[in-house]
Each structure stands twice: as structure tokens, then as C-alpha cells.
Design a protein around this ligand. Structure first.
Ligand code: 4AD
Ligand code: MG
Length: 477
């Protein structure tokens, strides 16, 4: 017999038909009413047990968290907030859940508490909603690029190059835990790397994606990336997923158009396809805002925030203009910036980025033409000799969501830059080769997928939008 999913029961016309569902008990009241969730939707289905004809032992085992299967009849419900319910004819316990031990009780748990239970937290409404939205966004990413003629490229996770030149990498070793190679002093010899070579986990698939753009024309990656930065913020992970399109014959203006169009597409997709989950998350956010002091509350609801991105043109502002604005601004009447901007050339902190988006321009912002000194080696040098064709996209509540650039396509200029930045040119021989054989203008960007999920779901900590977060404190699961 076909197993029905709760989502379908709520929309399809199945009244008075025989229904077969499997799921987990959220609550069981009055020895009669089960709220069952099977993960297909934010909504539970009420299942009404005929307790007089159900063995006492079975009734006792219907506890929060237990896995059960039910055969019954779908009927109209007189209960509040639900159109249909299942009149149970047969109920089997598939997996017990000890009521005193199961950590996810039917009450409000804090997000911090649930982070410690990463393996069970998707049993809650909040996390299941977030993860369904995450899944829909992933699908939308592929749909957007596939519909627009991009090829999906899988770039290596283990690599010999540091794409960002920032030195924030995790080394890979071929350590045999039972027989580790030892130094003379008895300590483990970590130099024994990837079969004798020094390698690391990738910080970005960009360099390899460039190689593929220079043959397939339009490509994108979507995979895990790793950063060994010890940042304990609500926006940084040690392992995150990045989407990196790369396009031959496209300049920085084209790159900005692509990024804006892409982001609007995926946010629109979520609004159109995840309505119930987003409604739930919007209510959650309103409740959370109420717990904050008035001055810290967001002025926008989740839906308003999403429309803020969809309905506005992203404001394009040069780094130099932004610095002038910041030099003459205060985040509010009393306070100065924690890191005041005093000179051209300074890197922007997230307080500056958020000020520009949330207070000054009041729309998403694309900053471009940054000082060469604060950006990576591969960015196209402008004719002024001191700025590069870089862009960052800044979002409300998030700060930087995208980093990208037009790439330096001139062999001599690139080689000089690599040397000037103290990077070993031998490591990048193949990357330099691309500038020797049929080089061309090309551009791309990286979007941090978790930052997109954070924005779309209205969650406030990046640890809550990836199933098993990897941060300096947490890699337990
Ligand atoms: O600005 P980033 O470092 O750019 C690059 O890696 C380029 N190679 C991308 C490219 O041009 N193909 O990172 C890109 C984006 C950031 O804007 C941010 O959204 C996200 O990746 N990101 C992180 N997300 C979570 N945790 C971290 N530690 C992140 N570091 C970057
Ligand atoms: Mg960046």
C-alpha cells in the first residue's frame, strides 16, 4: 500500500479514503489525539485514536518522538486550525522514544540548547522549516544556472593551491592513526602529507572554475569550502557551501548583473515554493523580536525583507564613494563606529557594510573597485594602478553575501602581482598557463550559501542553517 505524505493529504482531495502514513509523534493528548509529523510539511496531521479498542500497552508507547505507522480514514476535522484528520483504524509502533530521555520535549527549546542536539533538532518545527527552505534554495540554484546555459563543474576538495592567498587553510595528511609516522623525538610527523605532497582543503573552487570557464564558457560550482579562520561570529563557519559561477568574455558590469539576477531568482523561488515554512519562520521571528529591547528590533518582517531584495535595484557604489560616506557618518546619533574609518585603503568591517545597506542607502548594495592591497591576487587591476575590479554585495542583517571580481587576464600583470604578493609562482603554473593560451576577459563571484539561507529564513546565527555546523568549538557530530 502506498505511503501518503502529510503534505499531500492537506491539499489533495482524499476525503473518506483509506490513508497510510508513517511519521514521528509530536504530541499525544487525552489518550486520543496524536499530532503526527512526517517531515514533508511544517503542519502536523491530527490522528484520532480509538482508545477503547487500542491495547493499553500501545497507548503507553505513543510518546513524543516515537516513530509510528497509521492506517485510517481521512475525515473532516472539527478541530481548530485543521481541515482534515485521520480516524485511526490501525496503529503500530515502529520505534519507541523514551519520554523521560528524549531531549526534544513539546515545548520551546532555545536555539543554543538545540545546537547541542544537532542530530535531533530537525525534529522541531523551526529546524525542519529551515532545512526544507535550504533544500528548495539548493534546487533553485541549479535550476537558475541550468536554465541559463551554465555547466555544473565539480572542483577538487583537496588541492595544492590557496585560491584566496589568505593562508586560512586546513592541511590534509595521510596519517595512519594506528601507525603514525614519527619524528626522532617521538612526536607525530605531520609533514607526511598527502602522499608526500603538501595539500589543503579548498577555500574556493574559483581557480579551477576559471580553467573550465575558459573552455565551456559558462560554469558554476556548488560545493563545500573550508576556512581555518578562527572567527567566532554568527556569520562564519569553518566549513560552508559556496556557489561560484565563472563566465568567459564577461566583465565586472556583467558580473554584477548576473549576481543580482541570480539572487532575485532564488529568493523568488523560495517565496513561491516554501510559503508555509516561510509563514512559520516569519511568526517565529516576530516572537523573537519581541524579546529584544525596542531599539534593537528589526523594523521589517521576514516577507518585507525578502521583498526588499526583490523590489529594489541593488545600488552600485564604488569603494571610494563608500569611504567618503562612512567618514562623514555615525551609525546613530550617540555612537561612533567601533572601527572608525579614517583613511582610504581601510578594509570595511561588517558594521560599516550594514550601515551602508540598512541606514544609508536602504537597499542591497554592490561595492566595487576596491584597493588592490586588501583584495586577492587574481583581481583585474584598473588603469589607476591602485584599485581592482572587485565587487562585494552587501545585504541587510548579513553584511557581505557575495564576493567576486573580474579576473586579471594579462599574463605579465598577473605574474608580477603573484610575485609582489609573495606567492610561489610554481604553485600556480597551471593558472598562469591559462593566460598564455587564449586568454580573455572573464569574471565570476562566490556566494556563501549559508548566508543566503540565513537571509531567506530570517534566522540570526549561521550555525542554525546548516545541518551539522563546523566551527572552532563544534565538530562533534
Ligand atoms: O569573499 P570570498 O572569500 O570570495 C572567494 O572565495 C572568491 N574566490 C569567490 C569567487 O570570486 N569565485 O567568499 C565568497 C563568499 C562571501 O561573500 C561569503 O558569503 C561566503 O563566501 N563566506 C563565508 N560563509 C560562511 N563562513 C565563512 N567563513 C565564509 N567566508 C566566506
Ligand atoms: Mg570576501
Amino acid at each position: 500500500m502506498k505511503v501518503h505524505r502529510v503534505k499531500d493529504l492537506l491539499v489533495e482531495d482524499l476525503l473518506l479514503q483509506e490513508i497510510y502514513v508513517k511519521g514521528w509523534v509530536r504530541t499525544f493528548r487525552s489518550n486520543r489525539f496524536i499530532a503526527l509529523n512526517d517531515g514533508s510539511t511544517i503542519h502536523n496531521i491530527q490522528c484520532v485514536v480509538d482508545f477503547e479498542n487500542t491495547p493499553e500497552d500501545t497507548l503507553k508507547r505513543i510518546t513524543t518522538g516515537a516513530a509510528i505507522q497509521i492506517k485510517g480514514t481521512l475525515v473532516e476535522s472539527s478541530g481548530k486550525g485543521q481541515k482534515v484528520e485521520i480516524q485511526v483504524n490501525q496503529l503500530d509502533i515502529l520505534g519507541d522514544s523514551h519520554p523521560d530521555e528524549y531531549p526534544i520535549q513539546p515545548k520551546k527549546h532555545s536555539l543554543e540548547f538545540l545546537r547541542e542536539k544537532a542530530h535531533l533538532r530537525t525534529r522541531t518545527s523551526t529546524f525542519s522549516a529551515v532545512m526544507r527552505v535550504r533544500s528548495a534554495l539548493s534546487f533553485a540554484v541549479h535550476q537558475y544556472f541550468q536554465r541559463n546555459g551554465f555547466n555544473y563543474v565539480n572542483t577538487p576538495v583537496i588541492t595544492g593551491s590557496d585560491a584566496e592567498g589568505a593562508g586560512e587553510m586546513f592541511r590534509v595528511t595521510t596519517l595512519d592513526a594506528k601507525k603514525p609516522p614519527l619524528l626522532e623525538n617521538g612526536e607525530v610527523d605531520y609533514k607526511e602529507d598527502f602522499f608526500g605532497k603538501e595539500t589543503n582543503l579548498t577555500v574556493s573552487g574559483q581557480l579551477e572554475a576559471e580553467a573550465y570557464a575558459m573552455s565551456l564558457g559558462k560554469v558554476y560550482t556548488f560545493g563545500p569550502t573550508f576556512r581555518a579562520e578562527n572567527s567566532n561570529t554568527s556569520r562564519h563557519l569553518a566549513e560552508f557551501w559556496m556557489i561560484e559561477p565563472e563566465v568567459a568574455f564577461m566583465d565586472l558590469d556583467g558580473n554584477m548583473d548576473l549576481a543580482e539576477d541570480f539572487i532575485k531568482y532564488v529568493v523568488r523561488y523560495a517565496l513561491d515554493n516554501c510559503q508555509d515554512d516561510l509563514d512559520f519562520l516569519e511568526k517565529r521571528l516576530i516572537d523573537e523580536e519581541k524579546t529584544k529591547p525596542q531599539s534593537e528590533r528589526s523594523e521589517m518582517t521576514l516577507t518585507e525583507k525578502l521583498h526588499f531584495v526583490l523590489d529594489n535595484n541593488f545600488k552600485r557604489v564604488s569603494y571610494t564613494e563608500a569611504i567618503d560616506i562612512l567618514k562623514n557618518s555615525k551609525p546613530n546619533k550617540k555612537k561612533k563606529f567601533q572601527y572608525p574609518i579614517d583613511a582610504w585603503g581601510a578594509d570595511l568591517q561588517s558594521e560599516h557594510e550594514r550601515f551602508l545597506v540598512e541606514k544609508h542607502f536602504k537597499c542591497p548594495v554592490i561595492l566595487f573597485d576596491y584597493p588592490a592591497k586588501i583584495k586577492a591576487f587574481y583581481m583585474r587591476l584598473n588603469d589607476d594602478g591602485k584599485t581592482v575590479r572587485a565587487m562585494d554585495i552587501l545585504f541587510p542583517g548579513i553584511g557581505e553575501i557575495v564576493g567576486g571580481s573580474q579576473r586579471e587576464e594579462r599574463y605579465d600583470v598577473l605574474l608580477e602581482k603573484v610575485k609582489a604578493m609573495g606567492i610561489d609562482e610554481k604553485e600556480l603554473w597551471w593558472y598562469l598557463d591559462l593566460r598564455k593560451y587564449g586568454t580573455a576577459v572573464h569574471s565570476g563571484f562566490g556566494l556563501g550559501f549559508e548566508r543566503l539561507v540565513l537571509f531567506t529564513t530570517g534566522m540570526t546565527n549561521i550555525r542554525d542553517v546548516i545541518p551539522f555546523p563546523r566551527t572552532p568549538q563544534n565538530a562533534e557530530f
